[in-house]
Design a binder for this molecule. Structure first.
Ligand code: UD1
Length: 439
């Protein structure tokens, strides 16, 4: 069936694509948004707060909008006042999250801890999210049980009852980001001291700690090998701005290296991107960082960064693995990319092949022979970061690239096309209509 691509300025249309004409250098400034992966658990944490929370400068990531729907479903209020998101869970009166809401985002599982903590019982359907592997929630549930909850899994729901919740020590067998956040939030609602050993150390954990403390909680140790939560304190409203998005930052850094030019990223935290910056020092571009600014100057074809292996923070972030594969595809020489966290996070490779990339991948190990030229193609975004890698490839490919299923990219990048356009990238968001389908 023939497709028509119609230009649209509206965000979040059901069926949209990006149309990219590759080859332009990128030049100018980009303001980095607040971090999606910080905002999602923080929105879940507002369930514990009796009072108004103002989250400043919240981008309209589609995952954030779903979390707002979840808050409203539970009986809380969530409204935007300009760029600020105002949430008030004082009147929260439901403890059940149905499948329609849970299944659309991974972060729905973050509500299990706070709902259980506040209501002393919770019924939450299994979470959804990007299809990048099995993504079990066993560590979340094990920790919740260790804090005294009775948990039953039945008919697609997790039923948790918390009459006997008690503080204590939890040792995570793996430093899962989501499990750490969920258990931190549950522990905030339990009288006494809870310690989480071997927690995730991602910066978003520090941000959640800072948010809880701004509401009157007592959490310490984020970023170290034990987080201590002195629970039972009533949380009050606050005004809070989440940290800059380190994955958005990384994506624009990689885009700048690939396209060439001179780009300045503002409102970022360079330290959060140390693993990426040290890899890129080999690629023949100049990157300087000062305070909250990163400047990338790229004047020639990138040289291969060599090898990169994803790991928990402060290791190389799995969320930048696909964009790094796109970079390797146009870099001079062979590169090796190893994915250690998610077993099915290489679906973008099949799409990159359509653009002329020379890539082989098996069991999370990807070998890339960088090409001087890529060619535009019709591709499909397989997941959020895989989709971003296709945008990057499209920006350097000769000719036209269309990327479908960009609703997955909208989960974690806000105004991606507009920001890239301002830098000189030729990228448009278009509405797809299929000729003959109109009733
Ligand atoms: C979060 C981020 C995601 C990022 C990931 C790793 C959010 C909303 N998402 O996801 O963007 O890619 O961290 O940095 O913050 N695991 C288990 N059992 C569990 C939980 C996790 O086996 O109960 C495994 C997962 O399958 C995966 C690994 O642990 O292999 C890492 O997962 P985790 O750190 O929990 O990532 P998420 O919180 O899902």
């Amino acid at each position: 069936m023939e497709r028509l691509y119609l230009e649209t300025n509206e965000h979040r249309k059901a069926s949209e694509c990006f149309l990219i004409i590759g080859g332009n250098h990128l030049n100018g400034e980009v303001e980095i948004d607040c971090a999606k992966n910080s905002l999602l658990p923080i929105i879940a944490a507002t369930i514990l707060v009796e009072g108004e929370v103002e989250l400043r400068k919240v981008p309209l990531y589609s995952d954030v909008l779903v979390m707002c729907d979840i808050i409203r479903h539970l009986g809380g209020k969530a409204v935007f006042n300009g760029e600020n998101l105002i949430i008030d869970c004082s009147g929260l009166d439901k403890n059940c999250l149905p499948n329609e809401l849970s299944a659309s985002v991974r972060s729905s599982i973050f509500t299990l801890g706070p709902i259980l903590g506040r209501m002393r019982s919770a019924k939450v359907a299994y979470p959804g999210g990007c299809d990048i592997g099995l993504r079990p929630i066993d560590l979340h549930l094990k920790g919740v049980r260790e804090l005294g909850a009775k948990v039953v899994e039945k008919n697609g729901y997790i039923y948790a009852s918390g009459e006997k919740l008690k503080s204590g020590d939890i040792i995570l067998s793996f430093p899962s980001v989501g499990a750490t956040e969920n258990l931190m939030m549950l522990a905030v609602a339990i009288e006494g001291e809870t310690r989480i050993f071997n927690p995730a150390r991602e910066p978003e954990i520090n941000d959640l700690q800072d948010f809880i403390n701004a509401c009157g909680g007592d959490v310490s140790g984020a970023g170290s090998n034990a987080i201590v939560i002195k629970g039972g304190k009533k949380l009050h409203g606050t005004s809070f701005k989440a940290m800059p998005d380190r994955i958005e930052t990384g994506t624009y850094i990689i885009a700048s290296v690939m396209c060439g030019g001179e780009v300045v990223l503002k409102n970022c935290n360079p330290q959060h991107n140390n693993a990426l910056l040290s890899k890129l020092s080999k690629t023949a571009c100049k990157i300087t960082a000062k305070d909250d600014i990163i400047k990338i100057e790229a004047r020639s074809r990138p040289i291969s960064f060599g090898e990169v292996e994803t790991a928990v923070y402060p290791g190389f972030p799995t969320d930048l693995q696909a964009p790094m594969t796109a970079l390797a595809s146009v870099s001079d020489g062979y590169s090796l990319v190893v994915e250690n966290l998610f077993e099915a996070r290489s679906k973008h490779v099949g799409e990159l092949l359509k653009m002329g990339c020379d890539i082989k991948t098996r069991n999370g190990i990807t070998i890339i022979n960088g090409r001087e030229k890529l060619y535009g193609a019709d591709v499909f975004s397989p997941d959020l970061r895989g989709g971003a890698s296709l945008v990057l490839a499209g920006l350097v490919a000769e000719g036209y690239t269309t990327i479908e299923n960009i609703k997955l990219i909208d989960r974690g990048y806000y105004k991606l096309a507009e920001k890239l356009q301002r830098l000189g990238g030729d990228i448009k968001r278009l509405e797809i209509s299929r000729r003959g389908c109109d009733s």
